[in-house]
Design a binder for this molecule. Sequence first.
Ligand code: NIG
Ligand code: FE
Length: 401
Amino acid sequence: MRCDRIWRNARLATLAPDQPGLGIIESGLIAACDRRILYAGPEAEAPAFDAPERTNCEERWITPGLIDCHTHLVYGANRAHEFELRLAGASYEEIARAGGGILSTMAATRAASEAELVESALLRLDALLAEGLTTIEVKSGYGLARDAEMRQLRAARQLAAHRRVEVTTSFLGAHALPPEAGGDKDAYIGLICDKMLPAIAEAGLADAVDAFCESIAFSPAQTALVFEAAGRLGLPVKLHADQFSNLHGAALAARYGALSADHLEYTDEAGAAAMAGAGTVAVLLPGAFYFTRETRKPPVEAFRKHGTRMALATDCNPGSSPLTSLLLAMNFGATLFRLTVEECLAGVTREAARALGRFDSIGTLQAGKFCDLAIWDIERPAELVYGMGFNPLHARVWRGE
Ligand code: NIG
Ligand code: FE
């Protein structure tokens, strides 16, 4: 059978949902044709492939390429000065209420050109790519006005022209209230629904719509208005939910059939159950938990009990999680939230794909999906979760190359 390339003599963690655990295949082979996986399975059962390119993996492990399903990768400047304030005792919420936080990044992002935003984001993207990332979600939310939000989303889309990676974008206009709104959150939400979102949808700049539902941001009722506007435009929704308090954001997200609800430290069992029922993925962000020195953990036991799917992401952003490592996110997930190795690996592959609504084409090693692979110099998959700062990536394959 003709194909473009094969990788043989490999150990596969396919993450196929119909297989137990990691879907392990010892002595595996992957064949790629036209950017997609033609075959992923036991070498002994593989058809005889006629491939111009053949790679002997020497028993290395292959996982699906990693997917970071929640980032704020594109922004101006950084917030190291606020980190120093926090070290001196200020809290993340205090800094935000005093006009720092997201609003200080808003000012720097508005002041930056599109090219400058791309350039700084590429540095962070490269760190993620070096660990086998093949798909990344990038949010807006630091422009907080139509043109600045659109510039941020265009910069995110631009990343895919500079690197071999898939970028999905989420419009997060409802991230914080910009100063020119004069304290009127309802009016700003109206602006998002009537002006910003339609223009962004029209320009094809957003694959999903996100919001920050929190007392320092927007109420459940305001969030619902954004979700309804997204629904009218046919865009799926996601939510920053229950990060610092339980406003029942998880249940709200589930009610709107959200792809995911993210953070979830204060989510209750009813929220976990509602998410499971709606197929809304719980995206856990242990980097933000760690960096804000949160002590309340997301209800992992309730997620397991109800069968809520769990993904893991970096939440890479300048304020609450300046993290550019999915490997470290997995280690944090295991150490801080007590996730298993299997949950961590599924969380940055299969479940992350679901959180982006992309499970049909990425996230597992299965025929028909894009051939996005990470090839690792490890003896066992647990090493990917166990290490702290060590990167065992041997090679990254995006769309078969
Ligand atoms: O996901 N929670 C809201 N948004 C970001 C933080 C953004 C910032 O501090 O700049 C988050 O943690
Ligand atoms: Fe976030």
